[in-house]
Design a protein around this ligand. Structure first.
Ligand SMILES: [Zn+2]
Length: 55
């Protein structure tokens, strides 16, 4: 019903991807299904997952 804010605390490491500046790390949130990208500058981006996710 109401969309609760997810703190993205239950993360699953997906892998990393090399870039010119270093390495991006990809995590998936088990709760909301979103993907968190951590850049070499330790900046984190959240990519929302599909709304209908199993689990
Ligand atoms: Zn989440």
């Amino acid at each position: 019903m109401g969309s609760r804010e997810c703190a993205h605390e239950d993360l699953e490491f997906l892998g990393s991807q090399r870039t010119d500046e270093g390495e991006n790390k990809y995590f998936r949130c088990r709760r909301c299904g979103g993907v968190i990208v951590v850049t070499p500058q330790m900046k984190a981006y959240h990519i929302p997952g599909r709304e209908e996710s199993t689990g």
